[in-house]
Write a protein that binds this ligand. Structure first.
Ligand code: G
Ligand code: G
Ligand code: MN
Ligand code: NA
Length: 255
């Protein structure tokens, strides 16, 4: 109850912040987009991890206004990034099942994209495998997103129910390889995590989807993924999630 009340006031009192982690074209090592990630600095509790408050926000439906704040703030940030960069950059948002249940979610998204004059292709929605089962609206929702042109990313791929059936049925654009597989790779022994990463890359290509590997922490991870044909990646090797000003500076400070 108490944290629930604190979450309620956190929005009003602007205790949330967004940080942005670049998503990299592995061939050119250039930034193609960012994933927006929420942070909560509570006056009482200090820094609270999203893993601790997002589930509560979801079960109390507070994720709906919080999620709207995330999208609004992230798209405003994207327009600021876009003023400084002359190729199109995307912004990816994590979308919880409860948000999909909200009838006017897509309307809100359209309004925001219009307001900031963004191409819908620049606004990417990351969902978990289980969301496709949790939500009765998910099928219709995915088809609507696809028809409107918002790219859909299947996040943490391989850790959920991983039914290949829905890859066949749904119009999903991207598979995001879960960081546990990336970090589990042992290149010397070409272990199972290597095989799983390679298989997901091959699967995405066969299905005409793009693929992003998350949790790239070392050059060894990077080289292995490139050798498998993986095209995009994110992780501490490139950059941690950073505040907007630092995100913009990443373009001016080519590595
Ligand atoms: O950034 P970090 O690794 O701490 O994020 C932890 C978890 O919180 C991840 O699963 C991430 O997807 C989730 N998360 C971060 N920001 C958001 C958000 O804005 N909305 C939702 N639903 N989940 C988020
Ligand atoms: O669940 P989701 O994939 O949306 O969340 C991604 C999470 O992974 C974020 O909390 C982000 O902070 C974290 N993350 C991003 N890059 C790395 C990395 O290289 N290593 C680790 N351990 N975590 C990462
Ligand atoms: Mn994500
Ligand atoms: Na993920």
């Amino acid at each position: 109850i108490r944290m629930e009340n604190e979450l309620r006031t956190a929005l009003d009192e602007q205790q949330f912040k967004l940080v942005y982690q670049p998503i990299i074209d592995l061939e050119t090592q250039s930034i193609t987009g960012f994933e927006a990630l929420i942070r909560w600095q509570s006056p009482k509790r200090g820094f609270v991890r999203p893993d601790e408050f997002i589930p509560l926000a979801e079960s109390t439906s507070l994720i709906v206004p919080i999620g709207q704040w995330v999208i609004q703030t992230g798209l405003e940030a994207l327009t600021k990034i876009q003023k400084r960069v002359n190729h199109p950059v995307s912004m990816s948002f994590n979308i919880a099942s409860r948000q999909i249940e909200e009838p006017n979610f897509l309307e809100f998204l359209l309004d925001c994209a219009e307001k900031y004059r963004l191409d819908y292709q620049q606004v990417k929605l990351e969902i978990l495998e289980r969301t496709l089962f949790d939500s009765e609206r998910a099928i219709a929702w995915v088809q609507q997103c696809h028809a409107l042109g918002f790219p859909l990313v299947l996040d943490d791929f391989g850790t959920g129910y991983s039914s290949l059936q829905y890859l066949n049925e749904y119009n999903l654009n991207t598979l995001k390889i879960d960081k546990s597989f990336v970090q589990g790779m042992n290149v010397e022994s070409n272990n199972k995590s290597c095989s799983i990463c390679q298989a997901i890359v091959n699967l995405s290509k066969t299905l005409g989807m793009t693929v992003v590997a998350e949790g790239i922490e070392t050059d060894e991870h990077l080289q292995a993924l490139k050798s498998f044909g993986c095209t995009y990646g994110q992780g501490y090797f490139f950059s941690r999630p950073v505040p907007l000003e630092e995100a913009i500076a990443l373009f001016e400070d080519p590595r």
